[in-house]
Design a binder for this molecule. Structure first.
Ligand code: GLC
Length: 565
C-alpha cells in the first residue's frame, strides 16, 4: 500500500467550480407546467426544491434559446431569446433568482460553433455574395461550378458531405453537424465579438458558467486541405477519426486551442468566478490542450471515457490513474456517465442498481466535478424508439439502417430519443411529467415509470435516489471529498476485485472502498477503528472490524466511505 504524498496541501486554493456537483437538465423532458407535452422553465422552477433536497449544487441546462427545434435547441435562432415553448425572459430571470436564492449555480449550454439555418444572420448571409453577413459563415466555390463538386472532401460528424450548395450564389456553405445548422466563421472578428458579447449578455444577468457545445469544431483549415482516409468507422472517445475520415483539418485545430484562452479571458472579466466546461473530443492528452498551458483555458472539459469503460475495476483504476497523471491539480477532471447524446448507463449495466450505486459512489468521491444527467439518480433506463419516426434528426437520418439492434453492438444508439424521455416523477399517467394527464408527451414515457419514479424512491431508504442523496450530502460535509488529493491504494493482486483510494486534505483522510465483485470481500483495515461515513447499503450502521479480525467486510457490490474515528 502506498501512502506517500508529495504535495503541500496547505497551499492548495480551491475555487467553487472545482468542487461543485453538476446536474444536467434537458428542459424539454424535465417538467411540463403548461400541459402541452413539452417541458418548460416554470416546470423546472416547480422542481427546484427537489433538486435542492437532492443536494446538487450547479445545474446545466441544455439549450432553451429560441430555435426551430430541428435539433431540439442545439440549432439556435436567437442566442439572446428564450424559445416560446419553454417560456420567456421573465421566466428565465425568475429561474435564475430562485436558483441563486437556494445557493445553486446556473450553467447555460452555449452553441458557439453554429447557428440554425433559420437564424436571421444566415438568411442574410445566404441572400447574396455581397451581403454584409456573407463572411459570417464559410462560403466557398465548388471544385466545379453549378453545384457539381463541393470545395473539398470534408464530411460531417454525422456522415456525408459537409457542404451545402446554394444555387442563387453558386457557392457552398460549410456545416459540421447537420445541414440545418451552419458553422459560424470565427476567422471573422465580427462573429467572435458578437458571440463574446452574447456570453457577456448572459453573464451580466448573473449566469455562473457555460457548457460549450462541440467546441473542438470551431476552426477549420483555411486552405481547405482534403481530409485523409482512416480505417476507423465508429467514433470513439479516444480519437476524432470517424466514418473513414481522419478529421485532421476540421477538428481540434491549434486555433481552437487558442480560442479556449480567449474565452477564458471573457470569463475572467467577471467576479465572482464563472466557469466553462467544454464538449471536446479526442484523447485525454489532446483534450488537455483546451485547459490551456497554464490552466488558463477552459476550466474543465468532459472526459467521456467513463461512458465507454465496462464495469471492471481494473479498467477504472487504469483510467483514473491516466486522468490523475494527465490532469493533476490544479487541473480539474470531470466524471460523466451519461448525457442527452448517450445511452443511459443503468441500461448499459443491465439495470443492476447495485452496480449503479458503486459507480455513483465512485463518481461523487473522485477528485473533480461529477456531472449527473437528469433521471440517472433514479435509474431511468433507455427507451426503444423506431428510427423512422424518431424525434432526433440523427435517428431519422439513419432510418435506412437495417438493424437497429446493431447500433447497440457498435456501442452507441442511432437515435438519441432513447435517453431523452420524460422525467419519471410519480406513478400517475405520464409519470407526473405533464400537468395534463391526457396529453401525449413529446416523447413517450418509459413503461418502467410505475416502478422507477421519484415519489416511490423518496420513500425507500434503499433506493438509488436516496443513495445519490446520501453521497451528495457526505461530499458536502467532508472537505476532503471536495478538495482532497486523490491517492489510489495499490493492491495489485486484488485489482480485479475492488478499487480503493484515499482523499486527503491536511490531516483528514477519507477512504473509499468499492467491491466490484458479487462476492463478500474481507479487506485488511488501513487504519484502526474506521468510522463509517457511508455505505451503498442503506442499513449498514458501522464497520464491525472486531468481528472480522481487524478486517473490513464488504458485502457483494458494496461501496463504503470511512475515516478515522
Ligand atoms: C453536441 C450536443 C448535441 C448536438 C450537437 C450539435 O454534441 O451535445 O446534442 O446535437 O452538439 O449541436
Amino acid at each position: 500500500m502506498i501512502l506517500q504524498f508529495d504535495f503541500n496541501m496547505s497551499e492548495w486554493k480551491y475555487k467553487w467550480w472545482q468542487k461543485t456537483t453538476v446536474y444536467q437538465i434537458y428542459p424539454r423532458s424535465f417538467k411540463d407546467s403548461t400541459g402541452n407535452g413539452i417541458g418548460d422553465l416554470q416546470g423546472i422552477i416547480s422542481k427546484l426544491d427537489y433538486l435542492e433536497e437532492l443536494g446538487v449544487e450547479t445545474i446545466w441546462f441544455s439549450p432553451f434559446f429560441d430555435s426551430p427545434q430541428q435539433d431540439h435547441g442545439y440549432d439556435v435562432r436567437d442566442f439572446r431569446g428564450i424559445a416560446p415553448e419553454y417560456g420567456t425572459l421573465k421566466d428565465f430571470n425568475q429561474l435564475l433568482k430562485e436558483m441563486h436564492d437556494r445557493n445553486m449555480k446556473m450553467v447555460l449550454d452555449f452553441v458557439l460553433n453554429h447557428t440554425s439555418i433559420d437564424h436571421p444572420w444566415f438568411i442574410e448571409s445566404a441572400s447574396s455574395r455581397d451581403n454584409p453577413k456573407r463572411n459570417w459563415y464559410i462560403w466557398r466555390d465548388g471544385k466545379k461550378s453549378g453545384g457539381k463538386k463541393p470545395p473539398n472532401n470534408w464530411t460531417t460528424m454525422t456522415g456525408g458531405c459537409a457542404w451545402l450548395y446554394y444555387e442563387n450564389t453558386d457557392q457552398w456553405v460549410y456545416f459540421h453537424f447537420l445541414p440545418s445548422m451552419i458553422d459560424l466563421n470565427y476567422r471573422n472578428s465580427e462573429v467572435k465579438e458578437e458571440m463574446f458579447n452574447t456570453m457577456r449578455f448572459w453573464l451580466d444577468k448573473g449566469v455562473d458558467g457555460f457548457r460549450l457545445d462541440i467546441l473542438h469544431a470551431i476552426y477549420e483549415d483555411e486552405q481547405l486541405t482534403n481530409d485523409k482516409f482512416s480505417w476507423t468507422i465508429i467514433p470513439s472517445d479516444k480519437k476524432v477519426d470517424t466514418l473513414f475520415h481522419k478529421h485532421k483539418y476540421d477538428l481540434n485545430l491549434p486555433e481552437t486551442f487558442d480560442f479556449a484562452l480567449e474565452l477564458r479571458e471573457v470569463m475572467d472579466e467577471y467576479e465572482p468566478e464563472r466557469f466553462l466546461v467544454g464538449e471536446v473530443c479526442g484523447s485525454i492528452e489532446e483534450i488537455k490542450k483546451y485547459y490551456g498551458p497554464n490552466n488558463n483555458g477552459l476550466h474543465m472539459c468532459f472526459l467521456f471515457e467513463f461512458v465507454s469503460t465496462p464495469f471492471d475495476s481494473k479498467k477504472y483504476i487504469s483510467l483514473i490513474s491516466r486522468i490523475e497523471k494527465a490532469l493533476p491539480f490544479p487541473f480539474t477532471p470531470t466524471f460523466v456517465y451519461g448525457n442527452h447524446d448517450i445511452d443511459r448507463y443503468i441500461s448499459l449495466l443491465k439495470n443492476n442498481f447495485l452496480k449503479a450505486k458503486i459507480l455513483a459512489t465512485m463518481q461523487l468521491t473522485l477528485r473533480g466535478v461529477p456531472f449527473i444527467y437528469y433521471g440517472e439518480e433514479i435509474g431511468m433506463p433507455n427507451v426503444r424508439f423506431k428510427l423512422k419516426t424518431s424525434e432526433d434528426p440523427i435517428g431519422r437520418k439513419f432510418s435506412w439502417f437495417p438493424m437497429p439492434q446493431l447500433s447497440r453492438l457498435i456501442g452507441f444508439s442511432l437515435t438519441r430519443d432513447r435517453c431523452r424521455t420524460p422525467m419519471q416523477w410519480n406513478n400517475e399517467k405520464n409519470a407526473g411529467f405533464s400537468s395534463n394527464i391526457e396529453i401525449e408527451p413529446w416523447l413517450k414515457v418509459s413503461d418502467t415509470f410505475e416502478k422507477i419514479n421519484v415519489e416511490k424512491e423518496q420513500k425507500n431508504p434503499a433506493s438509488l435516489l436516496n443513495c445519490y442523496k446520501r453521497l451528495l450530502s457526505v461530499r458536502k460535509e467532508n472537505i476532503a471529498l471536495q478538495e482532497g488529493e486523490l491517492q489510489l491504494i495499490k493492491h495489485e493482486k486484488l485489482e480485479k476485485n475492488y478499487i480503493s483510494y484515499i482523499r486527503r486534505y491536511k490531516a483528514q483522510k477519507i477512504f473509499i472502498y468499492l467491491n466490484f465483485t458479487k462476492k463478500e470481500l474481507l479487506i485488511q483495515t488501513p487504519i484502526e477503528k474506521p468510522e463509517l461515513l457511508f455505505s451503498t447499503l442503506s442499513n449498514r450502521k458501522a464497520l464491525d472490524t472486531e468481528a472480522y479480525n481487524g478486517n473490513i467486510k464488504l458485502t457483494p457490490l458494496e461501496g463504503i466511505i470511512f475515516n478515522k474515528k
